[in-house]
Design a protein around this ligand. Structure first.
Ligand code: ADP
Ligand code: ZN
Ligand code: MG
Length: 502
């Protein structure tokens, strides 16, 4: 009976080599306090310089979210005190975020199984520096400033979502997008992608309610659980005639509930003012061009295109498009097939075969080798070799079973499929004359069976049970022919040759 409003603030670590305002290395997991310098430690008198690569990656995300990049964008100081930030202010963007007014379309199934199709408006994307990390151990707190000054992009949505499931899908969709763009690894456990979730409820038609912010949700599942818990909590309060307090709460993952952290500051408390040590950034033509050139086809568009182009099922296409490296691998193999079949047009049959192989056999082999999809570039079973196997199978040169054996060998021994098939004499025998030769030797060895069969045929039809006996004996001889070729003979041709010999 209430309406819910959810807005997300998602922070992503950009994969720049160095921090956003100094040249310190930007990396997760290094020895604490080794990637620091006077700038990111906030010594007096030092000067920050903008890392253009961070600005470029930020703009790539902004453009992929259909945001506008303003002609001028600058930085502000956001003042507050906290031990993880030695300057006592964070350099951020307030009045001129690098990306403004975009949208992201959500499409997919929620965790509750319901179909979600929704356009979420993006309020803004802005670039800022991350703070250091506090590690609390019993009675002391330790500080690691390696993260201080790391490039952080904050993406803020309008309060357009209505359920924990929608917010979860938003995080998943955004995560896939930034991984596709190669600007963030999306690793939520390591904190490369963190979300704060804002939620309010109200009677229908009454607009937004008093919002509560849930901070630092480090998995998309916690985003869903935290929000759904919070919606229920607020509903119970309103039902009981109480009012919701505007505050910041934290998610307790052990108790599956939120608890209060602080009453929220507003913008005035931060005393924003323009950062005097950084010039206004005016993106010029070459910069904007480099942003556009770095954009990629996004997962949703790619899925739709692959269904059309290769005749894949929606489910196959979605699974293949889950990671860009996987989709790239598949499409490289499909392109190879086109090349190797010398533009005979119709490749969808082969493409579907490749898709099936990719989703079962190849994933299985990668797993066994302990390789991740992102390392597929160094996989011995490369797209060219996989395509060669598909083409051989399609032409009836090898059997499906041998094609799969071939994959294992290629992956283990880094060899070419043609060479493996030759070395093992795996080529399917389809030449009638060659098969006839084998049939002759089989007949010589199976004189009694052959004689009985010939007698049945000579007696013509009519004898009860003779037709069945004839079938059994013929099948027996064809089986012998197949066995004599190690299973390589084409069963159909073998059958015809046996009949002819009779
Ligand atoms: P603040 O100034 O408190 O940071 P913002 O206006 O910047 O608030 O919004 C922060 C986030 O909270 C945005 O994602 C926005 O969509 C969401 N939000 C704002 N007001 C509400 C509300 N009443 N209910 C739910 N979400 C809200
Ligand atoms: Zn530094
Ligand atoms: Mg805000």
């Amino acid at each position: 009976m209430y309406q819910s409003f959810i807005g997300l603030e998602v922070h992503i670590h950009l994969l720049t080599r160095t921090k956003v305002f100094c040249r310190c290395r930007s990396a997760f997991g290094d020895e604490p306090n080794t990637n620091v310098c006077p700038v990111c430690l906030g010594y007096p008198g030092v000067l920050p310089t903008l890392n253009i690569e961070a600005m470029r990656m930020g703009c790539m995300v902004a453009r992929s979210l259909n945001c506008t990049i303003p002609p001028q964008t600058w930085f502000e100081r956001k003042q507050y005190f906290y031990p993880d930030m030695t300057k006592n202010y964070q350099i951020s963007q307030f009045a001129s975020p690098l990306g403004q007014q975009g949208c992201l379309v959500l499409e997919g199934r929620g965790t509750d199984g319901k179909q979600i199709t929704k356009k979420v408006r993006i309020k803004e994307c802005h670039l800022e520096e991350d703070a250091g990390k506090m590690i609390h151990t019993g009675t002391v707190s330790l500080l690691d400033y390696n993260r201080a000054g790391v490039s952080l992009l904050e993406i803020v949505t309008e309060p357009d979502m209505e359920s924990g499931e929608e917010a979860e899908l938003f995080i998943q969709t955004l995560r896939r997008m930034v991984r596709y763009l190669g600007v963030c690894d999306g690793n939520m456990e390591e904190g490369s992608l963190r979300a704060d979730a804002n939620v309010s409820i109200n009677l229908p038609g009454k607009g937004l309610g008093k919002k509560v912010e849930i901070k630092n949700l480090n998995s998309s599942r916690f985003v869903r659980l935290g929000l759904n818990y919070e919606i229920r909590r607020q509903e119970e309060m309103l039902d009981a005639g109480k009012t919701v307090v505007q505050e910041t709460r934290l998610w307790n993952e052990n108790r599956d509930e939120t608890f209060p952290m602080r009453q929220k500051e507003n913008a005035q408390d931060y005393r924003y003012f323009p950062e005097p040590d950084l010039p206004v950034f005016c993106p010029d033509e070459p910069f904007l061009k480099s942003v556009e050139n770095a954009l990629v086809e996004l997962p949703r568009d790619r899925t739709v295109r692959m269904i059309k182009e290769y005749g894949l099922s929606a489910e196959q296409a979605e699974l293949i498009c889950d990671e860009k490296t996987g989709a790239d691998y598949f499409e490289a193999a499909a392109a190879e097939i086109k090349k190797q079949m010398e533009a005979k047009g119709e490749i969808s049959g082969q493409a579907v075969r490749i898709a099936n192989w990719f989703l079962s056999d190849i994933k299985h082999i990668l797993n066994q080798k302990g390789m991740a999809l992102k390392d597929i570039g160094s996989f011995a079973l490369n797209p060219r070799r996989l395509a060669a196997l598909a083409v051989m199978l399609g032409a009836g040169r090898i059997t499906g079973k041998l094609a799969k054996q071939c994959m294992e060998i290629i992956a283990a021994e880094d060899r070419d499929p043609e060479e493996i098939v030759r070395a093992n004499n795996w080529e399917q025998l389809a030449d009638p004359a060659k098969i006839a030769e084998v049939v002759r030797t089989v007949f010589a060895a199976e004189k009694k069976t052959a004689a009985e069969l010939r007698a049945i045929i000579a007696a013509a039809s009519g004898v009860p049970g003779s037709e069945k006996r004839k079938k059994t004996l013929t099948a027996y001889l064809v089986g012998k022919v197949l066995a004599a070729t190690g299973g390589r003979a084409d069963p159909k041709i073998a059958g015809i040759q046996v009949e002819e010999m009779l």
